[in-house]
Ligand binder design. Structure first.
Ligand code: C2E
Ligand code: CA
Ligand code: CA
Ligand code: CA
Length: 278
């Protein structure tokens, strides 16, 4: 039994060592991914539940690693936030999303584009100027951009975050609270934050009609949105039943596999055309 235990711990140490080495390698690869042009964006439509029209799209980052293939953002974004590469990567995302939005606008499809903004990006002293310059470069009206920020992104340095978001908002950019309900969820900050949208996290939408707690949480967020005059976006809508429930409960906007997965630009345009019956 003794040898078994020590073999076991030796195996454990070896595997932890391997894991650390793998993560170091991934970090190194990540720092070269931009120059090697390994990133691209996909776009997921956002549908108004009132008009049943596509009103915007969320831009989502994809990394095709030369050996590993597709690495999910949940794996590499936390790493990029830790080592700071998210600043450069996030700037690439914003620029690429604006470039795409300009192409669509000139083709007669002036949709709002939502871009995820990391807390690390929000902490950069020049972030407001950088975002406004990027919009100007592509001649995108600020009202056509939405920044999705998580509650953690707000809370880390509340004063600084409020000030920057206010400047962005004053310039006309929309702000959405992403993953609403999963973080600290202090209701007092919401009153002070210059935000227009609350996004119900998909974990509450997934079991919306099965789990009573999730039903109550979703209802609470929708009611909170109504009383604070903020439109609510439900993410992760996968079934007609979920869509029906959210619509009749007063949720304004929905996004999820029920409508469409995140799409490459050409597929996105076809989807918009066929959804609108063209
Ligand atoms: P998120 O911002 O909460 O994005 C929603 C995630 O749910 C996306 O995963 C999307 O593909 C997925 N999703 C959409 N509809 C459904 C559905 O009906 N069912 C299910 N099960 N999932 C659905 P994705 O693309 O893997 O992104 C994961 C997370 O990575 C995002 O969560 C966001 O936090 C982060 N992320 C993605 N792109 C960026 C980016 O450009 N910058 C930053 N900072 N973070 C990003
Ligand atoms: Ca998001
Ligand atoms: Ca998230
Ligand atoms: Ca989410």
């Amino acid at each position: 039994a003794k040898t078994e235990a020590s073999n076991h711990s030796r195996f454990y140490i070896a595997s932890v060592d391997q894991e650390i080495r793998a993560r170091k390698q991934l970090e190194k690869d990540l720092s070269q991914a931009l120059t090697n042009e390994e990133f691209h964006l996909v776009y997921q439509p956002q549908i108004s539940l009132q008009s049943n029209r596509i009103i915007g799209a969320e831009a989502l980052l994809r990394w095709t690693h030369p050996e590993r293939g597709m690495v999910p953002p949940d794996h590499f974004i936390p790493l990029a936030e830790l080592n700071g590469t998210i600043v450069e990567i996030g700037q690439w995302v914003l620029n690429e999303a604006c470039r795409q939005a300009a192409v669509w606008a000139s083709a007669g499809m002036p949709l709002r584009i939502a871009v995820n903004l990391s807390a690390v990006q929000l902490r950069q002293p020049d972030i407001v100027g950088t975002i406004l310059t990027t919009l100007g470069r592509h001649e995108i009206p600020p009202g056509r951009l939405e920044l999705e920020v998580t509650e953690t992104g707000f809370m880390e340095n509340l004063e600084d975050a409020v000030e920057k978001l206010r400047q962005l908002n004053n310039a006309g950019i929309n702000i959405a609270v992403d993953d609403f309900g999963t973080g600290y969820s202090s209701l007092t900050y919401l009153k002070r934050m210059p935000v227009q949208h609350l996004k119900i996290d998909k974990q509450f939408v997934q079991d919306l009609l099965v789990n009573e707690d999730d039903t109550r949480i979703a209802n609470t967020i929708i009611d909170l949105g109504r009383s604070l005059n903020l439109a609510v976006i439900a993410e992760g809508v996968e079934t007609q039943e979920q869509e029906f429930y959210l619509r009749q409960r007063g949720c304004q906007i929905a996004q999820g596999y029920y409508f469409s997965r995140p799409l490459l630009p050409h597929a996105f345009v076809s989807f918009v055309d066929s959804f609108h019956g063209k």
